[in-house]
Design a binder for this molecule. Structure first.
Ligand code: 13P
Length: 334
């Protein structure tokens, strides 16, 4: 499949992406939160339940996997095959995490060394797309120009290698919600981050039709005490993205970033209601697609059907939001 087709499929038809690429450390934290032991078997059991739910292929275009998961088997099939057989695109997180930036309390994402070879292996394991996340904090001094440029440069080098390997890159510059800043500050910082990211992608010669951007929504800081107004969130998020993105890009798939499941869906819906462009705005949620399902699973590890029902319902709500057809009443009826 050509990378332009892959990128388009990832964000089209009211479908979105399930980010199930938590590193073992992050997954261990998530499982500890619901008092489930983190071992290889349990990590696969939960993820396999999601990947084989009745309606996953109605709402999910692709799944981002972690290195451990793409190598796992269930009933004689690899996880990549399980997804591919349902016309769901398997993807792979390829960054090696955010490390300390020299001379600052900020971070730089690493993982470029040996990436060309790793990508070849992932392609052979069935991956159709990849993901790399850069992280930016908002603070009085942050993010520094150094942090913005260094992460944009790494994202661009990663994206070029992924396209060379015939896969579509998800480029994820995440401005964190942590902090007491207001929504305008988030807008200003995210604008700078997106501008530099696109600048570096251009320098690296990226084919914008064959990639997907995964940004944060524009929100008040978590500790600001300010309530987000959904119309304002949608207005500023759309403005920020449309001012900075090349129109050839097929669309954008937001991260949820620590919003509740309800907020993430509500804001995505509002963005689509107010969207007048041809860009697709959809989801690439981790927590906002998995939280309730994980809590349900923790109550009874053998009741897979219950987990799948909760996951399908959450995915359906987000799929409606990706088309601007969601409403809170539908949520209550569920
Ligand atoms: P959240 O939706 O939980 O923010 O996760 C998305 C993701 O892929 C982070 O890299």
């Amino acid at each position: 499949m050509h990378i332009n087709e892959i990128a388009k499929l990832m964000v089209s038809n009211g479908k979105g992406i399930l980010a199930a690429d938590e590193s073992t450390g992050t997954m261990t934290k998530r499982l500890a939160g619901v008092r489930v032991e983190s071992n290889e078997k349990n990590r696969l059991a939960f993820r396999h339940a999601l990947f084989t739910s009745n309606n996953i292929n109605k709402y999910i275009s692709g799944v981002i996997l972690f290195d451990e998961t793409i190598r796992q088997y269930k009933d004689g099939e690899t996880v990549g095959e399980i997804l591919n057989n349902q016309n769901i695109l398997p993807g792979i997180k390829v960054d090696k995490g955010a490390k300390k930036l020299v001379g600052s309390d900020e971070s730089i994402t690493e993982g470029l060394d040996g990436l060309r070879e790793r990508l070849k292996e992932y392609f052979d394991l069935g991956a159709k797309f990849a993901k790399w996340r850069g992280v930016y904090n908002i603070g009085t001094q942050f993010p520094s120009r150094n942090c913005i440029v260094a992460n944009a440069h790494a994202l661009a080098r990663y994206a070029a290698l992924v396209q060379e390997a015939n896969m579509a890159p998800i480029v994820e510059p995440e401005v964190l919600m942590d902090g007491n800043h207001n929504i305008q500050k988030c807008y200003d910082v995210t604008s700078k981050v997106l501008e530099e990211t696109v600048n570096q992608l251009r320098i690296a010669g990226i084919n914008f039709s064959g990639m997907v951007l995964k940004p944060n929504m524009i929100l008040n800081g978590n500790d600001s005490g300010l309530k987000n107004d959904k119309e304002q969130v949608a207005e500023l998020t759309l403005k920020c993205i449309q001012n900075n993105l090349p129109t050839e890009m097929p669309g954008v798939a937001f991260l949820s970033g620590g919003q509740s499941e309800f907020e993430a869906t509500e804001n995505l819906n509002q963005i689509n209601k107010q969207n007048k462009s041809s860009f697709a705005f959809t989801y690439s949620f981790g927590r906002a697609l998995q939280q309730s399902a994980l809590k349900t699973w923790a109550k009874n590890l053998s009741d897979i059907e219950a987990v799948q029902k909760v996951f399908d319902e959450r995915s359906k709500m987000n799929s409606l939001a990706a088309k601007g057809e969601w409403s809170a009443d539908l949520e209550n009826a569920a």
